[in-house]
Design a protein around this ligand. Sequence first.
Ligand SMILES: C[S@@+](CC[C@H](N)C(=O)[O-])C[C@H]1O[C@@H](n2cnc3c(N)ncnc32)[C@H](O)[C@@H]1O
Length: 252
Amino acid sequence: MRVTFLTLFPQMFTGPFSSSIIKRACEKGLVEIETVNLRDFAQDRRRTVDDTPYGGGPGMVLKPEPVFDAVEAITRRKGKKPYIILTTPQGEVFRQSIAAELAAKEQLLIICGHYEGYDERIRTLADRELSIGDYVLTGGELPAMVMIDAAVRLLPGVLGDPAAAENDSFGSTGLLDYPQYTKPAVYKGMAVPEALLSGHHAQIAAWRKKQALLRTLKRRRDLLTQRPDRPDVDFTGEAGKNIPGFTRTDEE
Ligand SMILES: C[S@@+](CC[C@H](N)C(=O)[O-])C[C@H]1O[C@@H](n2cnc3c(N)ncnc32)[C@H](O)[C@@H]1O
């Protein structure tokens, strides 16, 4: 996976990609990350990339020429058109399944906006417009990093144990993760559930499955109602009453 960030602030990317799991993924060659400074494609001496909006109004708008020129130059250099993402609060809201789709792409180019937004014509460059949630940030750098962090950890070889990503919230089960405990077995009067201490694999798996379901039911019922893999279960009724093996006394 090769990722190019087109940005006005390349320095913002140094920290997050030079530590921990993502750093190791880069060192292992599982992902290649580069930044391209949009200002390098400005057409005047003052390296201007923005201008006032037609029709008036507050703020500045990213000009089309530097973005089009940058995308063209990057595509030429790569020898292949990258999959182009435009970061925008108006885009499709990012989620785990999109992270998996991005992880499968060979070449990604993420355009990080700034100011009041983009000249509308820039949108025609994008294969996909993505938002990281219903709030507005100052620029597209943090959203771009969030998306790539989520995608990189799904690449084979990035996490020590591939099962880790599958068990994560929104992973292969589509549920939130089950509660986790480590030593000591009792801390400040709070005991680790018996099932986890049993050493009995089937019992532990059953406990975890049930807890993941309960947690999802309680915190994110919307994830259950969206489960096309379980047309047999009506998750919409009164708390869990239709879910096999679940009783109200099981609630957290
Ligand atoms: C201040 S915002 C512009 C918001 C724009 N006026 C609007 O309301 O759609 C500047 C840039 O930050 C990025 N950005 C801000 N919030 C975002 C979000 N929730 N998801 C993705 N990108 C975002 C986009 O690249 C955007 O062009």
